[in-house]
Design a protein. Structure first.
Length: 276
């Protein structure tokens, strides 16, 4: 099951949403989810998951696809609080290192080169074919640029999570230019300001969204601070069941609701595929 996360404009919150929903989903449900990125981005998934020292270790060490040096990675030294370090995921990704973030639930395939063109080429020709056979759930941070792997990912994805900013013109732009994605799209308003005049009720009414196909990730200063310092796992885990702070309760309530609506669509598509 392939779930592509994508946005039609810059700073739409794609990477942050993918990471937050991946964490929330495996805390809430018995899923196994692996996080992928089809493009190099120094502010990618790893930025939100690990302390600042970690990204430099990954980007400097993991540079050659298929190289035996993967077995010599020392980054696990920086991860004493995680359920696992580097492990192999069956026969599908034996040439890629994979990090177990939450035990038997959430995994992450680190970026493997800083060269943007090479990354796209290798993802398309080497990793994407394995994803076609992957039986678990793959969350893919998908480049909004018109790259070869992005085209295939958006075409083949079972669900496309479209990140939208709280801006009527940008939402209108999506409908005008990317209507082909509508049949399998799930929408998320990122950094959602509930007191804005452009609230969810107005957006749903204006564009005719189905209530079960759109959710929000609210604005939260504390969440953003945790994410900036690579502490998203700690923030979501510690606030998942309860929080004394009103903003954190509201944030987790909406994040859980959005995760539920999305995973309901993902599981429905998965079961439908098994039937046929």
């Amino acid at each position: 099951m392939k779930v592509a996360y994508w946005g039609n404009c810059r700073k739409s919150g794609v990477t942050c949403a993918l990471t937050a929903i991946g964490l929330t989903a495996v805390l809430a449900y018995p899923f196994k989810i692996t996080l992928f990125e089809n493009h190099y981005n120094e502010n990618g998934v790893q930025r939100y998951l690990f302390p600042r020292k970690w990204p430099y270790c990954v980007s400097e060490t993991v540079t050659a696809y298929g190289d035996s040096a993967y077995g010599n990675l020392s980054c696990a030294d920086y991860l004493p609080n995680f359920a696992g370090s580097f492990c192999e995921m069956g026969n599908c990704f034996e040439k890629y290192p994979i990090i177990e973030l939450l035990e038997r639930g959430l995994y992450y395939v680190p970026q493997f080169t800083k060269n943007a063109d090479l990354y796209d080429y290798q993802f398309h020709f080497n990793l994407l074919p394995h994803l076609q056979r992957y039986q678990e759930i793959a969350f893919i941070d998908t480049n909004r640029e018109n790259t070869i792997s992005s085209k295939v990912i958006l075409e083949d994805a079972d669900v496309v999570v479209v990140l939208l900013r709280q801006d009527m013109d940008e939402i209108q732009s999506f409908f005008q230019n990317y209507s082909s994605l509508l049949p399998k799209a799930f929408f998320i308003i990122s950094d959602y300001q509930k007191k804005s005049a452009i609230n969810l009720t107005k957006i749903v009414s204006e564009f005719g969204f189905q209530n079960d196909s759109i959710g929000v990730i609210p604005h939260s200063e504390e969440f953003q601070l945790a994410a900036t310092y690579g502490r998203m796992i700690e923030y979501i885990s510690s606030n998942y069941n309860t929080s004394e702070e009103k903003e954190n309760r509201y944030f987790m309530q909406e994040l859980k609701k959005t995760t539920f609506l999305l995973m309901q669509q993902v599981v429905f598509n998965r079961e439908l595929g098994e039937v046929f």
